[in-house]
Ligand binder design. Structure first.
Ligand SMILES: C[S@@+](CC[C@H](N)C(=O)[O-])C[C@H]1O[C@@H](n2cnc3c(N)ncnc32)[C@H](O)[C@@H]1O
Length: 240
């Protein structure tokens, strides 16, 4: 199932207020400077067209939200939605979510990490490109606050099971905790654009979340380093 092209963006929209780049970030980054307030922070890795970020940031106004999207046109599209709706508590970062966690995010600083329908990279030789690899998951555990949560949904059962095993083997996150399916009340009443597509095609969706119930135990530096993928590798999504 390939991805359809995006509608053209209104050229008069000014995206700078809601679209960040790595060049503009300090390391460690300072969310207070970006949002103008201190508040619990939720991040989404791989926002795609940004439906989750838009609806959830409006629903949970007391939290700050950051969507990270590696493909420029999707990052811009999601930022444009936030600008149009004048959302004050959400921003998009264009770039690699793995790099963001590794290089910019301090320990125990994030309330929730969301990863929805990550690219499955079906071919065995491409599996190393999957976002939910052991190194990334160790960083998720590192950056979550105590009682912080990782939310992970996918339509690919094999990716779901592999990730559950990776989490159990490489982290102390507790789960998987179940997430019930909710009936949609209108055409866009879905968690993400991909959930909408899967549900409309009658395909299964595997949902889970995990909680960090412990203080973080520092991880040896050599287990926390990893080469990251480039945008080019993500430009062509590999769904059949
Ligand atoms: C299959 S789409 C799902 C989009 C959205 N989460 C949804 O459910 O509708 C996966 C998205 O993750 C993005 N992505 C893949 N690897 C990434 C990475 N390392 N950092 C940030 N975004 C990434 C892709 O460009 C793509 O837009």
């Amino acid at each position: 199932m390939g991805r359809r092209s995006l509608p053209k963006l209104d050229p008069s929209l000014q995206l700078e207020s809601h679209l960040l780049s790595f060049e503009a970030l300090d390391s460690p980054w300072d969310p207070t400077r970006i949002y103008g307030r201190r508040a619990p922070l939720e991040i989404e890795v791989g926002s795609g067209k940004g439906l989750f970020l838009l609806t959830e940031s409006q629903r949970v106004g007391a939290h700050n939200f950051l969507g990270i999207e590696i493909v420029r046109k999707y990052a811009r599209y999601s930022a444009a939605r936030l600008v149009k709706h004048q959302v004050a508590n959400a921003r998009m970062l264009q770039g690699d979510g793995q790099r963001f966690l590794v290089e910019f995010v301090p320990e125990s600083s994030i309330r929730r990490v969301h990863v929805y329908f990550p690219d499955p990279w079906w071919k065995k030789r491409h599996r190393r490109r999957r976002v939910l690899n052991d190194m990334f998951l160790r960083h998720v555990e590192r950056v979550l606050e105590p009682q912080g949560e990782l939310h992970f949904w996918t339509d690919v059962e094999e990716y779901f099971q592999t990730t559950l095993e990776t989490i159990a083997t490489h982290t102390q996150l507790q789960g998987p905790l179940p997430v019930p399916e909710r009936d949609a009340e209108h055409d866009m009443d879905y968690h993400t654009n991909f959930e909408r597509r899967m549900r409309m095609h009658g395909l299964p969706v595997y949902r889970s979340f995990f909680i960090k119930r412990h203080e973080h135990v520092p991880i040896p530096a050599e287990r926390l380093s990893q080469a990251s993928d480039t945008e080019a590798e993500h430009a062509d999504h590999d769904r059949p």
